[in-house]
Ligand binder design. Structure first.
Ligand SMILES: Nc1ncnc2c1ncn2[C@@H]1O[C@H](COP(=O)(O)OP(=O)(O)O)[C@@H](O)[C@H]1O
Ligand SMILES: [Mg+2]
Length: 376
């Protein structure tokens, strides 16, 4: 019982953070956000923001002087532009290949700026205006008539009302007319609620409201967006991590964090992380570390996929072996990452094993090669 009383308010309404599969960033990093808010209380900040732009940058990029690693690995100039966009009258559109942490970055930014990353619209072919703006509680609508009480707010309504950032994930997967619901909201910062009595018919956005959208360039593509809507966003492209050392550190850290969160007492060896990341990078870039051209599979072998592969290998090693992650475990789970829909991809990877990995005579590469028969 005593433990219960010490929980934070948001955590208690969502259960114990320790038992949540994936707590949102504002819960996971609650202490850090509180400390940053305190330390930067005197910094200038845009109206409606919880943290100053400087503190937001520190939260996302970490602080080497305090031994806090970057949560998102990216260039500072890019991040500054993203944060500035959110303080203007335009939304922020993050575009890029799948698995480049667009969603994660938008979660971190909304958690830092609004203290809430959960006002999220998930774009899909089935997204409706109701999922974006509001819908009605029909029982109340019938008994009381249209009133704010009978209105069931959706993320855009809540963000405007409470002055928070709203996330629109994979916006280009929605039909054009659904995307265009954002047009008037982003330009005039007002939402018409036509059903309500006249005095309540316009919802004006409070300070702090804005939209972060994400779009995968591999999906239907951003050309599927109206020119009018494009004008209301600043576009920023998120690139895969350029520096191999940075990618190694991130994959190592994220893999081990995932394992420990799922109570698997296994860590992956830095040597194996290097093997995993090198393999993913070579196949992604179509080039080996010594500059030889190779064929690339049609699936994207992103950093996020590398983490997922390392994580699965660790879980596998724990439950079915002695808890020591081996190259064999990586090969087994590589298949699930690479082979999504195109059977030719497996051939491409086999070819890579036979022509590139075979020649690497040191361990753990040899053991990796020896496990190639698992590529089925
Ligand atoms: N630059 C990066 N910084 C931090 N994590 C990254 C980066 N690139 C990839 N990742 C990994 O990808 C995961 C998130 O991917 P996600 O946000 O779902 O990608 P996207 O939305 O672009 O498809 C992160 O949890 C992390 O493991
Ligand atoms: Mg995403």
């Amino acid at each position: 019982m005593a433990k219960k009383r010490t929980r934070t308010k948001s955590a208690s309404s969502n259960g114990d953070p320790q038992t949540l599969q994936r707590p949102p960033a504002e819960i996971l990093f609650a202490d850090e956000l509180r400390a940053l808010a305190k330390a930067s209380a005197k910094d200038p900040k845009p109206p409606g923001w919880k943290l100053s732009p400087r503190a937001v940058l520190k939260f996302v990029l970490g602080d080497p002087s305090e031994d806090r690693p970057a949560k998102f690995v990216g260039r500072r100039a890019f991040l500054e532009r993203c944060i500035v966009s959110l303080a203007t009258n335009r939304g922020l559109m993050l575009i890029g290949e799948p698995g480049t942490a667009k969603s994660y970055l938008s979660e971190l930014l909304t958690a830092a700026i609004s203290g809430d990353s959960t006002l999220t619209i998930q774009g899909s072919a089935g997204t409706t205006e109701d999922n974006i703006r509001y819908s009605w509680n029909y029982a109340l609508l019938v008994s009381e008539g249209p009133s704010e009480n009978a209105l069931v707010p959706a993320p855009l309504y809540l963000g405007m009302k409470h002055g928070k950032l709203v996330r629109f994930e994979e916006i280009t997967r929605c039909a054009l007319e659904i995307q265009d619901v954002l047009l008037s909201v982003l330009s005039d910062r007002v939402m018409a609620v036509a059903e309500l009595p006249e005095a309540q018919r316009s919802l004006y956005a409070s300070n702090g409201f804005n939209v972060i959208a994400t779009a995968n360039t591999r999906d239907r593509g951003v050309n599927e967006m109206s020119a009018a809507l494009k004008r209301r966003f600043n576009f920023e492209t998120v690139h895969p991590i350029a520096d191999i050392q940075e990618e190694l550190q991130l994959v190592q850290r994220e893999t081990n964090r995932n394992l420990s969160r799922s109570q698997v007492p296994v860590t992956i060896d830095p040597e194996l992380t290097e093997l995993l990341v090198t393999t993913f990078r070579e196949l992604r870039q179509g080039k080996t570390v010594d500059g030889k051209g190779i064929e690339t599979p049609s699936t994207v072998l992103s950093t996020a996929e590398a983490v997922a592969t390392g994580y699965a290998a660790g879980v596998h090693a724990y439950y079915y072996s002695d808890g020591q992650v081996q190259p064999l475990h990586l090969v087994r789970h590589l298949v699930g990452s690479v082979l999504k829909d195109n059977p030719d991809d497996l051939k491409t990877v086999r070819h890579y094993f036979d022509h590139v990995i075979k020649k690497r005579k040191t361990e753990p590469w040899q053991a990796f090669y020896d496990a190639r028969d698992e590529l089925i």
